[in-house]
Write a protein that binds this ligand. Structure first.
Ligand SMILES: *Cc1c(COP(=O)(O)O)cnc(C)c1O
Length: 418
């Protein structure tokens, strides 16, 4: 069956025809590609056409699609049972590996998604501090739990307002929202409500509203303010964790949070999330403490096997090589007239605008030109994330042949953007 036929049927089953909204291609227009199978940096859609993938399932696939070592590990684990609902040894292997890579994770718990990791970390922070309010930053995404689908409300130090229907106002009001890179509001917020905040949560390398790279001073000041006011600092490393360095953004920036959340890469393509950090904070989590959090499929043995097989490859040399390669891809993007490509590690943000550090600085015009680029490159067999607010993800499977293919595609579309 063709993409189009499948999508028409999907529209009768699912809202927008999809299982997650950005997949619907509403931003860029056209029919979403139905992936049939994928390997390395490439996938084939249901029309039988091959594409070079620069979205890579939004981040988990740092080794590429269907890496043989991950498939072998999954296969081996699978033969021993799909789920136990009881402790099993693979959880320990992955936990050991994580502690080796991220030394400040003293205790941790596995969950099944990034959303769940963040939601649980916030509950632990609230249980630990006995406080209810939290602070987040405009332009950071932390999954779709109620308290985080929130934007700044009106007023000075604001009570947040829901960004989604269905989120109770009373819950949104417990979240205060500060704009990224806005030091003055950050200072004022802590001065006014620092003592009421259980946690401040941030993507240290914000990568869900484009790539809004922060000045190190901003993140360092946030760390100091949290310490001064007894606020739990949570780094949401669901994207940056195990992507930008063995110890994630915390290692690269030299800033140690109190807790961190992970997802995406940690499951190697299977559904895994994790929250963890200081052992005194994690000590409040059930059954050691009074903060309840549980999961039928948490620590799933097959998912643990996929995660571990991935993490075993992630050496410092691996990152050095991925990074050197990513530099070439950013340069190749920038051969398209007017296109800038900010980069951090193997995260790239192709945008027709330069020097953006906060979400309200992104121009509508830059996004509409991106939408045109998306379509043009798709016509050349290159699949970018279907929104100008999303970053592109590279993997170890994006080698010389893939880069050459991409350069060809970029050259073919360049004249339309001159
Ligand atoms: C993807 C993401 C999440 C949510 O993870 P899901 O597995 O989609 O629930 C949370 N935080 C960040 C930074 C993310 O990129």
């Amino acid at each position: 069956m063709s993409n189009e036929t499948l999508f028409q049927e999907a529209l009768t089953h699912f809202p927008g025809g999809v299982s997650s909204p950005v997949r619907a291609f509403r931003a860029v227009g056209g029919t979403p590609k139905f992936f049939k199978k994928a390997s390395g940096a490439w996938f084939e859609d249901e029309d039988g056409q091959r594409f070079l993938d620069l979205c890579m399932s939004w981040g988990p696939l740092i080794l590429g699609h269907a890496h043989p070592d991950i498939l072998a590990a999954v296969n081996e684990a699978m033969q021993e049972g799909l789920t136990f609902g009881a402790p099993s040894r693979r959880e320990l292997s992955l936990a050991r590996k994580i502690k080796e890579m991220v030394p400040f994770i003293e205790k941790m718990r596995f969950v099944s998604s990034g959303t769940e990791a963040v939601m649980s970390a916030l509950r632990a922070a609230r249980g630990f501090t006995g406080r209810e309010r939290i602070l987040k930053f405009e332009g950071c995404y932390h999954g779709h739990s109620d308290g985080l689908l929130v934007k700044a409300g009106s007023g000075l130090v604001t009570f947040g307002a829901p960004t989604s229907a269905g989120v109770p106002k009373a819950i949104a009001e417990l979240t205060s929202v500060v704009t990224l890179d806005d030091m003055e509001t950050l200072e004022r917020t802590f001065a006014e409500i620092g003592g009421e905040l259980a946690a401040a949560i941030i993507e240290p390398i914000p990568a869900n509203n484009g790539l809004l790279l922060q000045r190190p001073e901003f993140l360092k000041r946030l760390r100091e303010l949290c310490t001064q006011h007894g606020v739990v600092l949570i780094f949401d490393e669901v994207i940056s964790g195990f992507r930008v360095a063995p110890g994630g953004a915390a290692e690269r920036l030299g800033i140690t949070p109190d807790m961190a959340t992970y997802g995406k890469i940690i499951g190697g393509g299977m559904p895994v999330g994790l929250y963890g950090g200081r052992k005194d904070i994690m000590g409040v989590v059930a059954p050691d403490g009074p903060v309840y959090q549980a999961g039928t499929l948490s620590g799933n043995p097959v998912a643990m096997a996929a995660g571990l097989a991935t993490m075993e490859k992630l050496t410092p040399a691996f990152y050095a090589s991925l990074e050197a390669n990513a530099e070439k891809w950013a340069a190749a993007f920038e051969t398209i007239p007017g296109l800038h490509c900010p980069r951090y590690g193997s995260l790239l943000w192709p945008l027709f605008q330069d020097g953006v550090r906060r979400s309200d600085a992104v121009k509508g015009e830059a996004i509409s030109v991106f939408n045109r680029l998306h379509k043009a490159l798709l016509g050349q067999g290159v699949y970018l994330p279907p929104s100008g607010y999303e970053v592109a993800f590279l993997s170890a499977a994006h080698g010389e042949a893939e880069l050459a293919r991409f350069k060809q595609a970029a050259a073919a579309v360049a004249k339309d953007f001159a």
